[in-house]
Ligand binder design. Sequence first.
Ligand SMILES: *Cc1c(COP(=O)(O)O)cnc(C)c1O
Length: 242
Amino acid sequence: MDDIIIHIAEIKKRIQQACLKSNRDPQDIQLLLATKTVTPDRIKIALESGEVLIAENKVQELKEKFEALKNVPHTNHFIGHLQTNKIKDILKCDVTCIQSVDRIELAEKLHQRLSAENKTIEILIQVNTSFEESKFGVSPENTIELVKQIARLDTIKIKGLMTIGLFSAENEKVRKCFQLLQSLRQQIIALQLPNVEMKELSMGMSNDLEIAIEEGATIIRVGTAIFGQRIYPDSYYWNENT
Ligand SMILES: *Cc1c(COP(=O)(O)O)cnc(C)c1O
């Protein structure tokens, strides 16, 4: 059996165990495959084994793989930093949810383009819960204001929040990030804003998915633990300056 299939089974086990521990239903947690640097052939192995949700970080990579994966049923999310000049391209690639919206300028440009194309899109708001300068995302204190502003754009459907937890071996510091995201979600729910749903919490990756599930994740994003180590450092994907 292919390694990828074995690794997916291992992740399912980990999801199950984390759910047992926190008294949750594994059905409530979607596994998203983070496919940056992974070739279409390898992504296909995962999709043909029954996985459905994948996401890229770079529009260029998304475009390169789009044709090759067109005939394999799946859903595309986007989890990378999105530049406004790439909006046209991303809308051509059937992305159903942009998880990484973190500024009003981006949402406004997106709205303009969607209006022109008579389309709508789902988004999550990316929050920088680890307060690291190297990470994208709106700051926690500005999150609610951003949600309110974007809620006025009727082509954009806010479905929840996304974050990348702190990289740390200290689990309690990582947990704080996920608790912060959950707390923001609860605060936003309480506001009962029109055009805002707070169903999804996208948090947890290869190394911290158990903690994220314990804190309420509904989408976990896993790359390395399924496809193996990447050759590029993640800073290449996560930094403004690379
Ligand atoms: C790469 C990436 C992941 C997956 O990280 P792994 O540690 O490889 O599981 C999750 N979310 C985002 C935004 C990513 O860029």
